[in-house]
Design a protein around this ligand. Structure first.
Ligand SMILES: *Cc1c(COP(=O)(O)O)cnc(C)c1O
Length: 376
């Protein structure tokens, strides 16, 4: 059986977890958390990276920092994971869903301005499959209308848009280190804060609304409750696992890229014949091989192909049930404009196995089976 995903493991994770145990510091913000944060700050050029317990809670922090509340609107794609929406719903905001582009499955930047009302406060683009949204256009729109932008870069670690790291471009960026993501700590995430002056408040929200991190830095002599917040700090044990992966970030990247490139090459003939569609990477984007997907003719063909692959020991999956068609989506939001590509993409997209260590033999086997399916 070829799994859809296998959590990444590079070799030193156990050693580092033992180190954390031996240091008698297993709660948050110990040595490994600091190393991970510094790694991301150096790599992305952002002012501050704060590790969190998940990509979802990183988004929660970002939503708190934007100060959205009841009566405010947030613009986001409907073709995304529920967490992008939940964080804003939890603050009482309403959602305005905008259609996606048919090439990248990212929010269509040309449709955003049409969705802006006098209630709009935030735009939340999602970098689907680690391929960047058209960020220059999105940031220009935000500037023109005085909006904040939160990048859901959960899938975009190590990806770039015009040479800038995804997650570091907008006011806030959120990463995920769930076991299904390129770099993992089991459950975990990070909040990237672009502007220095917003870091203090972010640290307070992450420390249960207290100014404890100032206290730990010796800036103040006792800490107190100053704002709303919660505990968003992951344990050192998780951070130790992640740090082992970051040390091998390029190895993981190259391995995934090799699988992605092989899929692309082996399936190109089918795409040229017009049988399937392959991912499109815009010229200004450097992606991270988070995902390899194909798009079939329609939902019947997608289901038949998924079944054929499963019968041949290959697990391929689809997503996302468009948020606006889910019960909570219609309760908390509305779709603005026409749904030309969101539902259509959900019906046609099939994700192929993709993980660190998948191996070219497996990719060849999977591509062979897809060709065999289309021969029939
Ligand atoms: C994975 C993911 C999240 C949530 O991350 P978790 O770490 O699982 O909470 C949010 N948004 C997108 C687009 C994701 O793919």
């Amino acid at each position: 059986m070829i799994s859809f995903n296998v959590p990444p493991y590079v070799g030193r994770e156990k050693e580092y977890i033992n180190e954390a145990i031996d240091s008698h510091k297993i709660c948050g913000d110990g040595a490994f958390t600091k190393k991970c944060s510094k790694w991301f700050e150096d790599r992305t050029g952002t002012s501050k990276c704060l590790l969190a317990t998940s990509g979802s809670t990183a988004l929660d922090m970002a939503a708190m920092l934007t100060e959205v509340g009841p009566g405010d609107e947030v613009i986001l794609p409907s073709f995304t994971f529920v967490s992008t929406a939940n964080s804003f719903v939890a603050r009482g905001a309403s959602l305005v869903f905008v259609d996606i582009r048919p090439d990248t499955q990212n929010i269509d930047e040309k449709l955003i301005e049409n969705a802006i009302t006098d209630k709009t406060k935030v735009i939340a683009p999602v970098h689907y499959a680690g391929v960047g949204c058209e960020m220059d256009t999105i940031m220009d729109i935000a500037k023109k209308h005085g909006l904040l932008v939160v990048e859901d870069a959960a899938q975009g670690v190590m990806s770039e848009y015009k040479g800038r790291a995804l997650g570091s471009i907008a006011d806030y960026g959120c990463y995920s280190f769930h076991e299904t993501k390129n770099y993992s700590m089991g459950e975990g995430g990070a909040l990237l804060i672009r502007d220095e002056e917003k870091v203090d408040r972010a640290e307070i929200i992450r420390e249960k609304g207290t100014d404890r991190s100032k206290f730990l830095k010796g800036v103040i002599d006792k800490y107190t409750w100053v704002d709303m917040g919660s505990s968003f700090l992951p344990s050192e044990l998780n951070a130790a696992y992640l740090y082992a992966q970051l040390e091998e970030a390029d190895t993981i990247y190259n391995d995934r890229m090799a699988s992605w490139d092989a899929y692309y090459e082996l399936l190109s003939p089918l795409a040229q014949q017009g049988v399937i569609e392959l991912p499109v990477i815009p010229e200004e984007c450097k992606h991270n091989a988070h995902m390899f997907y194909i798009k079939t003719k329609d939902i019947q063909e997608r289901s038949a192909l998924a079944k054929f692959l499963k019968d041949n020991g290959i697990l391929a999956v689809f997503h996302y049930v468009p948020l606006h068609s889910a019960p909570a989506g219609s309760k908390f939001g509305r779709f603005c404009g026409e749904d030309r590509y969101t539902t259509n993409t959900f019906e046609r997209l099939l994700r192929l196995p993709m993980y660190y260590g998948l191996g070219l033999n497996n990719v060849e086997f999977i591509a062979d089976k897809i060709r065999e399916f289309y021969k029939k």
